[in-house]
Design a binder for this molecule. Structure first.
Ligand code: ADP
Ligand code: MG
Length: 392
């Protein structure tokens, strides 16, 4: 599954050529303003490298889920942010069908941004004719949109089959290395930490990870469903009652690999954090809910994590958005950083998990930018946007 990378293209093949680069600029907007620019920043190293080598850079991305042209989903809204982050003017191409001349006018090192690919129905239909229009905007193709690689769309799949070279950008390369190869051939001990709201969206990930890991530490609301399977009462905690049998199966299958929380931080409600207290997992009061892992669990999980050589984490340990219920989640982040100092490879995947470690990225080996794509890769699925790229 190793893919040819931008790194492997001779610089002479880049100079003066038009690089068609699929990026993931699907950033959250509020009143037309970018509220989190991490996805734009994540593409900078690829774009900067191409510009330095004299390429003309044509950027493609989707934004949101428009049903057709829609000013609220226009990439024009983020043009100034892209210019600021790249430190260069960016030409806007409102329609790929009429954009070829603009791409040819770009100077060496110049950058253009094409309008939201989802404004055209051919994008999500993976339509070959629309892909032809996109392909005409470049001389070769770079895919740096890991977060969109699980979709077979014209700008991620069909277009990659029309241009050569068609290779991964630096972000895509890093995502594949740390979510693919590094976990596939993990240094041991390999510890996975799973949490978040539900088991249901992550069953396939748990099944795929179980045979590979040495231990799987479970926290968050996900743990409540396991508690139910063990016969514990969970009070008003978030729990999936219809997944109790599944949790039983996973407990049997995982055996000693599965490590559940020793206790929980409980409170009558999220708003009443001041009344929180710690209880053993089998003593959650009927009038309370578990909102975090307790201190005993944090220490226990920490001791497993710091001894690992590979740690993968998905899903917060508690309601980290509402302090003081962020403490368990923060303790896991700190333990991973400590493991990293001791030589472990530390990888975080998942939208909320990545938000929970915002600002700590430099202290972790890799924080994935792709939510759904990361989970699908972990499940062992082939991502269409990756499959379409050239093999190394
Ligand atoms: P990711 O996006 O990293 O894959 P998830 O979406 O699966 O993570 O889960 C994140 C959500 O889980 C957060 O909104 C968090 O508040 C919630 N959560 C974690 N633990 C609990 C809990 N004990 N009770 C209620 N919600 C929880
Ligand atoms: Mg989430």
């Amino acid at each position: 599954m190793s893919k040819r990378s931008l790194r492997n293209l001779p610089p002479a093949a880049l100079d003066g050529q038009r690089a068609l680069v699929r990026v993931d600029f699907n950033v959250p907007l509020r009143d037309g303003a970018v509220v989190d620019e991490r996805r734009i920043r994540a593409a900078v190293s690829t774009i900067r490298y191409l510009r330095e080598k004299g390429a003309r850079v044509v950027l493609l991305s989707h934004l949101g889920r428009p049903k057709g042209p829609d000013p609220k989903a226009s990439l024009k809204q983020i043009l100034r942010d892209v210019e600021r982050i790249l430190g260069t003017p960016v030409e806007f191409i409102p329609d790929p069908a009429t954009g070829v001349a603009a791409t040819r006018r770009l100077p060496r090192g110049g950058v253009a941004l094409v309008e939201n690919t989802r404004f055209w129905p051919g994008e999500e239909a993976n339509d070959p004719a629309f892909a032809q229009l996109l392909a005409a905007l470049g001389d070769f193709y770079i895919d740096d949109a890991f977060g969109a690689a699980h979709r077979a769309h014209a700008s991620t799949e069909a277009v990659a089959r029309l241009l050569r070279p068609a290779v991964s950008g630096f972000l895509m390369e890093k995502e594949l290395r740390y979510l693919g190869d590094a976990l596939e051939h993990a240094k041991r001990p390999f510890v996975a930490v799973l949490g978040g709201a539900k088991i249901s969206g992550k069953i396939d990930v748990i099944h795929a990870l179980l045979p590979k890991v040495d231990e799987i530490l479970v926290g968050g609301a996900m743990a409540n469903t396991f508690f139910l399977a063990l016969g514990f009462q969970v009070g008003g905690s978030l729990v999936e009652r219809d997944k109790e049998d599944l949790a039983k199966e996973l407990i049997a299958q995982a055996g000693a690999k599965l490590v559940l929380p020793r206790g929980a931080v409980v409170a009558p409600s999220l708003a009443r954090g001041a009344e929180r207290r710690e209880v053993p997992s089998d003593q959650i009061p009927a009038d309370c809910a578990a909102f975090d892992i307790d201190r005993a669990t944090r220490l226990d999980f920490r001791s497993h994590i710091v001894q690992a050589k590979t740690v993968f984490w998905n899903g917060p340990m508690g309601v980290f958005e509402t302090p003081p219920f962020d403490e368990g989640t923060r303790a896991i982040a700190e333990a991973m950083i400590e493991a990293g100092k001791r030589g472990a490879t530390t990888v975080v995947g998942g939208g909320d998990s990545a938000a929970a470690v915002a600002g700590l990225e430099d202290k972790l080996t890799h924080v994935s930018t792709g939510g759904g794509a990361a989970l699908e890769l972990l499940e062992g699925k082939t991502l269409p946007g990756v499959a379409a790229l050239e093999d190394a």
